[in-house]
Design a protein around this ligand. Structure first.
Ligand code: XMP
Length: 311
């Protein structure tokens, strides 16, 4: 594919579609929505309003980092603090698809409240080909594929959805980011799922359990920084396992799985062959920083039969 031509024609198409109207972009800070937002900003400038919903399920310091990265590009980002709403919706849920549904419903409720009263007619979304493919195959419901899951953006929220990246896979999205002259830190970011750390927390997603996942993800990300990989993160399992304290007391503690995978398009993946030293450093830091943990595991599963995330 000629990505230069693709980027140019999509910018023109967004401009033609929106005309004198207004569009809203739901920015998550991930590669896809970041590239879609920059593309839309190049197309329609100040006719674009960019909203970032802080769902409380983000990586450490994410809202501030994203706000600054986009401010540097001349794009104002409005942050909506909705963490309590998401934790309220996730309370008591343990079934993966129920959690995804709760996330999705809360996202659209919060989002529609945030956009109520604005005179925008269009919604820019960073849906990519892998999202559509996996939702069609029923592997999982990706939260950002409205049509596929029977939510009508027009009827439900009054928007016409624009999905400029829906033909591309991740490498193509990154290439478009490069062509749009985005900073590498944005278009080369590791993929991060829409439902955030909830996809890495088996069992109930309470603020306390999500904080454990957040810390584990930070450690895994930092320790694998120079490693050539597609994604790396920590996961909190729902069960507990026996451990022992320094003074010989048995206790039940949390189990963290470390996930690091090689993949091209996220459709297939294999576990990265990490140096033993890296794995040992990760587990040392996890025990030190998260005292409730009694076991750290390295996940060897390829996709298929596994998936990359845990819900
Ligand atoms: P799985 O777990 O299905 O993940 O192997 C494939 C890729 O998609 C990301 N992912 C998501 N991205 N919304 C997204 O925008 C989602 O609901 C979602 N679920 C998984 C995942 O991080 C991986 O890169």
């Amino acid at each position: 594919m000629d990505y230069q031509e693709f980027a140019r024609s999509q910018v023109v198409e967004i401009r033609d579609t929106v005309g004198d109207g207004k569009a809203i972009s739901a920015l998550s800070g991930g590669v896809d929505s970041s590239v879609a937002t920059v593309m839309a900003h190049q197309a329609i400038g100040d006719q674009l309003e960019t909203i970032f919903i802080d769902d409380g399920l983000m990586r450490q310091d994410e809202p501030a980092w994203v706000g600054q990265a986009f401010a540097d590009l001349g794009i104002d980002v409005e942050v909506v603090d909705a963490a309590d709403r998401f934790f309220g919706a996730l309370k008591g849920l343990t079934d993966p698809e129920e959690k995804r549904k709760a996330f999705r419903d809360t996202f659209y409720t919060v989002f529609s409240e945030a956009v109520k009263g604005r005179d925008a007619q269009y919604l820019i979304q960073g849906t990519i080909a892998a999202d559509i493919l996996e939702t069609k195959k029923g592997v999982k419901t990706q939260h950002n594929v409205l049509d596929q899951i029977g939510i009508s953006a027009r009827d439900g929220y009054g928007f016409t959805v624009i999905e400029p990246l829906k033909e591309l896979y991740k490498p193509g999205v990154r290439e478009v980011g490069r062509i749009l002259e985005m900073p590498e830190a944005l278009y080369q970011r590791m993929p991060f799922p829409g439902p955030g750390l909830a996809t890495r927390c088996l069992g109930e997603c309470t603020p306390e359990r999500i904080e454990i996942v957040r810390r584990a993800c930070k450690i895994v990300e930092e320790e694998t920084e120079g490693v050539d990989k597609f994604q790396a993160f920590g996961v909190l399992l729902s069960d507990q396992a026996t451990g022992v304290t320094e003074d010989g007391q048995r206790r039940f503690g949390d189990i963290i799985a470390v996930r690091c995978v090689d993949s091209e398009k996220a459709v297939h993946a294999t576990a990265t062959v990490l140096p033993w030293k890296t794995l040992m450093r990760i587990q040392d830091r996890i025990y030190e920083d998260i005292p409730s943990v009694t076991k750290v595991l390295y996940d060897l599963s390829p996709k298929p039969p596994s998936t990359i995330e845990y819900i």
